[in-house]
Design a protein around this ligand. Structure first.
Ligand SMILES: Nc1ncnc2c1ncn2[C@@H]1O[C@H](COP(=O)(O)OP(=O)(O)OP(=O)(O)O)[C@@H](O)[C@H]1O
Ligand SMILES: [Mg+2]
Length: 331
């Protein structure tokens, strides 16, 4: 019995001279949430579209629930639900009508389709708005309806492309709860996101992709360990202290921090918060005057900087070979 919902090796998609997906390997265990994390243009949607049989790969191969995405595309399609980055529902119809249409397309009787629509609208807190045409819906409502539509058939594997981008925090939490419930009910979910915290909250394993390549893969804890669990920012009162401050950072954390252009702010990943106390004591002993201190969760930008050697929104090529190898992160 195959316990992997997705097995992809060396997936490639080329648009003109752009290798949008450039040799992606993915293994997703059945019954888990798998997060594909990456910035704009990383190749997330293109990867999903190949796995969902919507786009033919130019190289590599992938099996979804045991079926080849090219040779057995029809079988794959019958087992998946896809929720796009942009809602795929009809503007002129109401939420109820949209869901009933989807239900009928999936072969439900009119009565069963209505019952299913009512159940899903309730689940997604859309009952109030159910009769209004979609053009009056907010982005968050559309997103919820789009997900509801993809769940009519309760497919065993669900692709969610940036399910919460642009949603307000409350709706985002609702979406997270729904995704957790789907998995608790036995579905497998592959989702893409630009948010580290979303992958952190939901995903059992995460692939970080950048420019079409997987640059790191592991659990959230494993990925964070490569970046440091948190990120320390220290603002110096005197720029003359920078040299001393950096050498103390190096001694305490075993790694050099990055320095903001104005030369007064040092950012460094910290493995655990206690190390910060050590650093501050060393600063005081060396008479390094501090203007501000803050401890933040690493941002996606910092994850990227650490893993790829360039910022997430930086279009220039990295200096080293960092983006050419896949870092398997082990606990
Ligand atoms: N149909 C297409 N034709 C030409 N180029 C495309 C097409 N689809 C995607 N691309 C290009 O492929 C690259 C990857 O795009 P993709 O949409 O997969 O990224 P993404 O990670 O989903 O980004 P976002 O977070 O913005 O949704 C981009 O450079 C994009 O411009
Ligand atoms: Mg996309």
């Amino acid at each position: 019995m195959n316990t992997n919902a997705i097995e992809a090796q060396g997936l490639v998609k080329i648009f003109g001279d752009n290798r949008a997906v450039d040799g992606v390997d993915l293994t997703v265990r059945t019954g888990t949430v798998y997060g594909v994390l990456g910035p704009n243009g990383a190749g997330k949607t293109t990867t999903i579209r190949m796995l969902a049989t919507l786009l033919r790969p130019d190289g590599g191969e992938a099996r979804v629930l045991g079926y080849d995405v090219v040779r057995d595309a029809a079988a794959v399609r019958s087992l998946i639900g896809v929720t796009g980055q942009y809602a795929s529902v009809d503007e002129t119809l109401s939420a109820t009508e949209n869901l009933v249409v989807f239900g009928r397309l999936l072969g439900l009787s009119s009565r069963a389709a209505r019952a299913k629509a009512a159940e899903l609208l309730e689940e997604f807190s859309l009952t109030e708005a159910a009769k209004r045409p979609l053009r009056d819906y907010s982005g968050g409502m559309r997103r919820r309806l789009d997900l509801a539509a993809s769940l009519i058939a309760r497919p065993p594997l669900i692709f969610l492309d940036e399910p919460t981008t642009g949603l307000d925090p409350r709706t985002r939490n609702q979406m997270w709860d729904t995704i957790r419930r789907l998995v608790a009910d036995g579905s497998t979910v592959l989702l893409t996101t630009q948010y580290l915290d979303e992958a952190d909250q939901l995903a059992d394993r995460i692939a970080v992709i950048d420019r079409g390549k997987v640059v790191a893969e592991g659990t959230a804890d494993e990925l964070k360990a490569t970046v440091g669990a948190q990120s320390l920012q220290v603002g110096l009162a005197e720029s003359g202290d920078l040299g001393t401050a950096l050498s103390l950072v190096q001694q305490v954390f075993g790694t050099a921090g990055t320095v903001a252009p104005e030369g007064l702010r040092i950012t460094v990943p910290v493995p655990h918060a206690e190390a910060v106390a050590d650093l501050l004591v060393r600063f005081r002993e060396a008479s390094v005057a501090i203007d501000s201190v803050s401890l933040d969760k690493p941002s996606l930008d910092e994850v990227f900087l650490t893993l790829t050697g360039h910022a997430a929104d930086d279009d220039t090529a990295p200096a080293g070979p960092a983006s050419d190898h896949t870092e398997k992160v082990n606990a």
